[in-house]
Structure formats: C-alpha cells, structure tokens
Design a binder for this molecule. Structure first.
Ligand code: MG
Length: 435
C-alpha cells in the first residue's frame, strides 16, 4: 500500500503523519538526493515536521536548505537550483493535517518510480546513518520568494486594477499581495497574516468558504478578488460584481487565453472547454495535479488545469502556480472585466451524486461496473480513472472514490433533458451492480 496520494504524502498530524515518518522521509530523500531545499506552509506543525525531516536528511549525509514559510510554487521554483525540493503542507486540508509534496528540479512532482522508491524505503526502514564526520549541514535559503516573484514579473504585464487578495492565513501571505502591488495594482489584503489554525476560513478556496472575499470585493468596489488555498498552488476568483468564479468557468477563461494547440484536464472537467476550443486537442488524465503535470510534459501541451483551481502554465513552469495564475488574471482583468469573460463561457447543466457502497465488495463492484459500463452504447469509453462515457451531446463519469466509501456519478450535457437521460441510464446500472 503506497503512502502517496495523488499529491504527495498527507494525513492527520501525529496519526498518519508522525515525527518518525517525517524523519524517515528525510532519511529516504537524503539517501538519494544530496542537496535538498525545504519549505513549509503556515501550519502549526510545520516547523516541527521541518526539524524532523531535516534531521533525517542530515543523518544520511545530505545538505538541507531551509526556504522557510513559502508557497508550494515558490518552493518548487527554488528547487531548480537543488537536487529536489520538499514542501511541508497539507495543501487545502484543515489545520490538523500536514504532509509532504516532493518536487524535481524541473518543477514536476516526483514521478512514479521516484515515489515507489521512497515508499519502498519507508516500508523497509533499513536506514544507515553516515559516520559522525559525514553528517550533513543545514543552511538558510532566503531568496526563494524574491526569485519566484521576479520569475512571475518577467512573464506577466502590468495592471492598474483594484484587487482583493484572500490569503486565508496560508503561505501566499508573503508573495501574492506584494507581487500584485509591484505589477501596479491597488491591493486590499484579507487574512494576510500567517495563521496555522486557519481561523478565518477553511483553506480550500471554494465558494462556500469565500463569503468574506465576495463581500469585500463589492464593498471596496474592486475589479477582482483572488483566493488561495493553504499552500498557494490553487487560485480561484471573484468578479467585480462579487460573484464567485471558480472551477470549470475559470478553467475555460484561462484556457481561452493560453491554448493554441492543446491542453490537459482531468476526466471530471467540463466539456465546455472542448466546445470553446474546437480546434484544440484536449487530453484527459486521472484526477490529480500530478497526473495533469506529467501528461502536460509528455504532450508538450499549452496549458494544464483542474476545476479545483489548479493551473499549470508550462510557458512559466511545470508546478501548478496559483500565485502566477492570480497575477495573470490581474493582467487580463486590466483589459477586460472578469464578469464579461465569465459571461462568455457557457454553463452546461450537470448532475452529481455519491452512492454509498460496501468497501468489502470493492473488487466485485469494480468488476461488475466494468462489465456493465462497457455494454453501454456510447461514442467513447475511457477507463483511465473510473469509467468516462462520451456521448454525442454529453458525458458521464462513474468512479469509486479513493477517500470515501462512495461511487461518484457525474453527468454533464449541453441540454437538461440529455443530462436526465444519461443520468437515468448510468444511475440505474450502477444501482443494479451495487445491489
Ligand atoms: Mg494546494
């Protein structure tokens, strides 16, 4: 059983993510990578886990460089000068969680063979410390934020709009507000103090967590609102009318700006993007930014995105970068209102459901669903992550959740009647298998 989820190793502090595990991660990484840069978000457990991971790294004879509290894209960008980068974060999870994201120096998350090697080392626990006179040393790496900011400023233009930035108490507090000011924006900051308890709001930048931002955009008469998750690889937005613009809508807006030939999205992203970019190749991957990033590099595509608010701009670099995305959007909004861009993107009706299942029957249910889904008459069946059935006027995705005992069904079509038709077919077949 792999310790890696779709975005590194993550879990509850002192339960899945223990000090021992953190130190072992340091030992495993230090045995293969000799110069490791390490950063963390604002979580209360961040400093503690940093110390444990650094101990492990040093005991294996490698050198550690501490970038301090930084966003994930800031750390990944810093990683280019090292053998790898470790980011201590649980991303958008609540404050009681933490974890580690692993970055290669090219901005891509660790690949399967790298993850497998770490997994194997963590399972065997056969770590050999080096002799006392070969123990590694820890140095500071204080320039990460400035380097990332300069990289972004070299890739975006200026902007004279008014922006409200909601850092949510997370790691972007030290970059996004000052970056936007340097671009020329008038900036209002919400939750811009590091807060490992995330007491102001849940770190996930979803509509239900952003009431304060929506209100602030309206009351301060701003042109744009931007929200990040705890580690800043995500960004969602609010238009000048105070409307939340996230997920598939923002995906389409950014795709229209970025894509010439091709883009990469996960299997659950809306088909609106296909319709808006009829000449572009749309590659679909498993759900998870790691998979989007890998496919992006393989296909040499122009843009990669997840409706969760994860944006990858390969002309910038390969790590999802919510800070860059926010800066780019600020530049775009200086030329055209976000509400206008949003209203030009159609919204197709969707139906989403989760049906509980008995996890003891997982294998049998998977087999049953596979057989039944293959018998449905459709244009194309994709099985990279669950079963995605493409029809002429819509699609359905049926997946067994990895984190909950639920079969998830998502249906989207151009017309409400078609959604209902597709949903009825897929739902009844799923019920039949679960019975
Ligand atoms: Mg994140």
């Amino acid at each position: 059983m792999s310790l890696f989820g779709s975005s590194g190793i993550r879990g509850r502090v002192f339960e899945e993510i223990t000090l021992e595990l953190a130190s072992d991660i340091g030992k495993a990484v230090g045995s293969s990578y000799k110069r490791v840069v390490i950063g963390r978000d604002t979580r209360t457990s961040g400093e503690m886990f940093r110390s444990a991971i650094v101990s492990g790294i040093l005991s294996s004879g490698a050198e550690a460089f501490d970038a301090g509290i930084v966003s994930t894209p800031t750390l990944a960008w810093a990683g280019r000068g090292f053998d790898c980068g470790l980011m201590i974060t649980a991303s958008h999870n609540p404050g009681g969680y933490n974890g580690v994201k692993f970055w290669n120096s090219n901005g891509l998350a660790f690949l399967k063979e790298q993850r497998d090697r770490i997994d194997d080392q963590l399972t065997r626990k056969e770590f050999e410390p080096v002799p006392w006179d070969e123990i590694g040393s820890l140095s500071g790496h204080d320039t990460a934020v400035e380097e990332h900011m300069e990289k972004i400023l070299s890739g975006v233009g200026t902007s004279d709009i008014k922006v409200v930035v909601d850092c949510g108490g997370g790691a972007t507090f030290n970059i996004t507000p000052s970056l936007l000011k340097r671009m020329g924006c008038d900036v209002v900051v919400l939750n811009g103090e590091p807060d490992g308890h995330f007491s102001a709001r849940d770190p996930e930048p979803m509509e239900e967590n952003l009431a304060e931002l929506m209100e602030a955009v309206k009351s301060s008469d701003a042109d744009l609102g931007i929200a990040h998750d705890g580690d800043g690889d995500r960004m969602t937005a609010v238009d000048e009318k105070g409307r939340y613009i996230g997920g598939d809508k923002l995906l389409s807006i950014l795709a229209l700006h970025e894509v010439k030939d091709s883009l990469v999205v996960p299997v659950d992203a809306s088909m609106v993007v296909n319709d808006l970019l009829p000449d572009a190749e749309v590659y679909r991957t498993r759900v998870g930014d790691v998979f989007v990033g890998e496919e992006l590099q393989k296909r040499n595509a122009d843009f990669g995105a997840e409706p969760s608010g994860t944006w990858i701009f390969p002309r910038h670099f390969l790590c999802p970068d919510g800070v860059y995305a926010g800066a780019l959007l600020a530049e775009m909004v200086s030329k055209k209102k976000l509400s206008e861009m949003a209203d030009e993107v159609p919204e197709y009706p969707q139906q989403v459901e989760g049906i509980m299942f008995d996890t003891k029957r997982r294998e049998e249910i998977t087999k049953g669903l596979d057989e039944k889904m293959r018998s449905i008459d459709c244009v194309e069946l994709t099985t990279i992550d669950g079963w995605r059935l493409q029809f002429e006027e819509g699609w359905a995705l049926v997946r067994l959740s990895g984190t909950e005992p639920k079969v998830r069904i998502k249906v989207e079509a151009r017309k409400p009647n078609t959604v209902e038709d597709i949903y009825r077919t897929v739902h009844s077949i799923t019920e039949e298998v679960l019975r």
